[in-house]
Design a protein around this ligand. Structure first.
Ligand SMILES: NC(=O)c1ccc[n+]([C@@H]2O[C@H](COP(=O)([O-])OP(=O)(O)OC[C@H]3O[C@@H](n4cnc5c(N)ncnc54)[C@H](OP(=O)(O)O)[C@@H]3O)[C@@H](O)[C@H]2O)c1
Length: 328
């Protein structure tokens, strides 16, 4: 297929492009930062500069590319400063998930593109009641923490607009495996505490596995939502000490809720104590997806443990046979 990848130069895009090419697809990949044009070309894609917030440019780029499929992986999270106000941190990404998605869908309709896959998010979005691991059929949080309302609304918009149009929204877990992963620095500095009982559940996904699932989704002729997470949703009190150890950092500190609320805000308290994880059963069943890193337990060690052979997993996107990986 001829595949138009919006945001091909980002953390997931750079893993996705080689896998698509390895599967015999032709890739037109968009970027924003000019230095990324050559990187995309080196990975085998045709680079196209595009601002997804310019609907006229989006229309022109899509009509010019004449793709059979579109993948939306554009976010604006590189170098953002995480603050207690998540909506401020995610403001530009929220626009890419609303205005950017709408512009791509409009262009897709005009160009007669039938397949559309877009990046969504699974972690900390499901209702904070009942079971700790949620499927795609479970309700989303009806009352998100105030500082995350716009961010949640933007993801909901993307999920609905894409699936209403007959496409697939992939609710990824927390990415890891790129040089600019967000967690290592605060965990090394012991600035990422276990809050309260540390019972909030997180779902992770290695970027290579996320890319593999994306290729498989693209090759399906169906609409819907898929959680793209690993096999082991886990409470913060379980995964954080393992990550700290893999990084060679000291053990995480413990903060009571009131102290975490004071320093980091309500959203951080929610994620540390109440967030729900996600199940990948549907993606495995319907996409035939197999994970190279079925759990963050081996993934964190493979990516972060200070051994040369393992370091390669952080920096070098790999292209391998889709859906046929065995745990390393
Ligand atoms: N599920 C998750 O946990 C999740 C999801 C997304 C990101 N992240 C993390 O956030 C960090 C930053 O992500 P990233 O490295 O992918 O960078 P990013 O800044 O989020 O960029 C992602 C892609 O979107 C493109 N882009 C940015 N603004 C755009 C616009 N206005 N129009 C069109 N395209 C635009 C970027 O182009 P250029 O790079 O060329 O500027 C890049 O190709 C990474 O650590 C990543 O793992 C995590």
């Amino acid at each position: 297929m001829r595949v138009f990848v919006a945001g091909a130069s980002g953390a997931i895009g750079t893993r996705l492009v080689p896998q698509l090419i390895d599967r015999g697809h032709e890739v037109i990949g968009t970027f924003r930062s000019s230095a990324n044009a050559e990187h995309l070309r080196a990975r085998g894609a045709k680079p196209v500069a595009l601002d997804l917030l310019d609907p006229r440019a989006v229309r022109e780029a899509v009509l010019e590319a004449e793709p059979e499929a579109i993948v939306h992986q554009a976010t604006a999270l590189a170098d953002v400063r995480f603050s207690r106000n998540m909506d401020r941190t995610f403001a530009q990404t929220n626009r890419l998930r609303t205005e950017g998605t709408d512009a791509l869908l409009d262009a897709a309709r005009e160009a007669g593109v039938r397949r559309f896959v877009a990046q969504s998010f699974a972690s900390a979005r499901y209702e904070r009641e009942g079971g700790w691991v949620k499927t795609e059929d479970d309700p989303l949080d009806p009352a998100p923490v105030p500082a995350t309302r716009e961010t949640n609304a933007a993801m909901r918009h993307l999920d609905e607009a894409v699936t209403d149009a007959g496409g697939i929204a992939l609710r990824y877990g927390g990415f890891y495996g790129a040089p600019n992963d967000a967690l290592p620095t605060p965990v090394r500095k012991r600035q990422f505490p276990i809050v309260g009982d540390g019972g909030g559940v997180s779902s992770f996904i290695h970027l290579d596995d996320a890319a593999t699932a994306t290729v498989l989704a693209l090759e399906q002729d169906r609409a819907g939502i898929y959680n793209i997470v690993d096999d082991e949703p886990a409470a913060v009190r379980e995964w954080l000490p393992v990550l700290a150890e893999a990084l060679g950092a000291g053990p995480p500190r413990h903060f009571p809720r009131w102290l975490a609320r004071l320093f980091a805000g309500e959203a951080a308290v929610m994620m540390g104590t109440e967030a729900r994880g996600a199940s990948n059963a549907k993606a495995k069943r319907e996409l035939g997806w197999e994970l190279r890193y079925p759990s963050w337990r081996q993934g964190f060690v493979a990516v972060y443990a200070p051994r040369p052979a393992h370091r390669a997993a952080v920096s070098a996107p790999t292209a391998g046979p889709v859906g046929s990986r065995s745990p390393s």
